[in-house]
Design a protein around this ligand. Structure first.
Ligand SMILES: [Zn+2]
Length: 263
């Protein structure tokens, strides 16, 4: 009896693993390159090329962001609790009033998701660039957004964001909010040392974090400056049985639920 019950549970788990494999490429960190480490990053002194290989860093290459804190005192220290996030189009990083709806929603969503983490005393550093940036571009033609967790930069594709919304029957705003919550989830998971070398585990952990964001916007309508993002809508954006299960786990659980989540 007991054995049969255990086997039944295993059978359900196997069914979940076997279904819904096709959506994991959305917004993933570049973690499937054979030339990079488990979190999709190249060794120090190397940059990730557009085709996912590690190439020696050019000394003259622009550095989009500073991610390490010097041990020496800083003349103008940034408060530790302040989220350090931005959404940029080239060097233009104030997109909150952009005429382009996708630009504006990416900027607003990134600020909003970071505000949630700030309330949880988790500092988020992430700089997103329209169509990516040197060292962090996607090799996928269908990625809506992506992040390079070690360098804390990433990108989004306006065209793929719009296509994703159309394909999933969700509004552009809801699509972008859930997607950005997923991408920020990757950053937080990495900062917690919880990135997995297994891509599906890594992706579903980020989906779980997006579920946590939906929970935060739902618990109190005043939490989010953008209003409620419902569980149901988040599941429609992050579609598929495995992704939906992870979103629900995040919605009913805690960030720790997500860092330990296994699909
Ligand atoms: Zn992802």
């Amino acid at each position: 009896m007991k054995t049969a019950r255990v086997l039944g549970i295993l059978a359900v788990a196997a069914a979940l693993v076997l279904s819904g494999c096709s959506t994991a490429t959305e917004g993933r960190a570049q973690d499937d390159s054979i030339s990079t480490n488990v979190v999709g990053e190249c060794p120090s002194g190397y940059i990730l090329t557009k085709i996912g290989k590690c190439a020696p860093a050019d000394a003259t290459q622009p550095t989009p962001t500073t991610t390490t804190s010097p041990a020496a005192p800083n003349a103008n220290p940034i408060p530790a609790s302040e989220p350090d996030v931005s959404a940029c189009d080239g060097t233009q990083c104030d997109l909150s009033t952009s005429d382009d709806e996708v630009d504006r929603l990416v900027a607003e969503s990134l600020t909003d998701v970071a505000a949630m983490w700030d309330r949880l005393n988790v500092d988020v550093t992430l700089h997103l660039y329209k169509d990516g940036t040197v060292g962090c571009q996607t090799d996928s033609e269908t990625a809506t957004a992506w992040v390079c967790v070690k360098s804390k930069v990433g990108g989004w594709s306006p065209a793929e964001m719009r296509a994703w919304a159309t394909d999933h029957g969700t509004s552009l705003e809801d699509t972008i909010r859930a997607t950005i919550a997923h991408e920020v989830g990757h950053i937080v998971i990495y900062s917690f040392g919880a990135s997995s070398d297994e891509m599906v585990t890594n992706e579903t952990r980020a989906d779980c974090m997006a579920g946590g964001y939906a929970k935060w916007t739902t618990l109190d309508p005043n939490n989010s400056a953008m209003g409620r993002l419902s569980l149901d809508t988040t599941k429609r954006v992050l579609k598929g049985p495995r992704r939906n299960a992870a979103v629900e786990a995040g919605f009913t659980g805690t960030p720790t639920t997500c860092t330990e989540y296994t699909p």
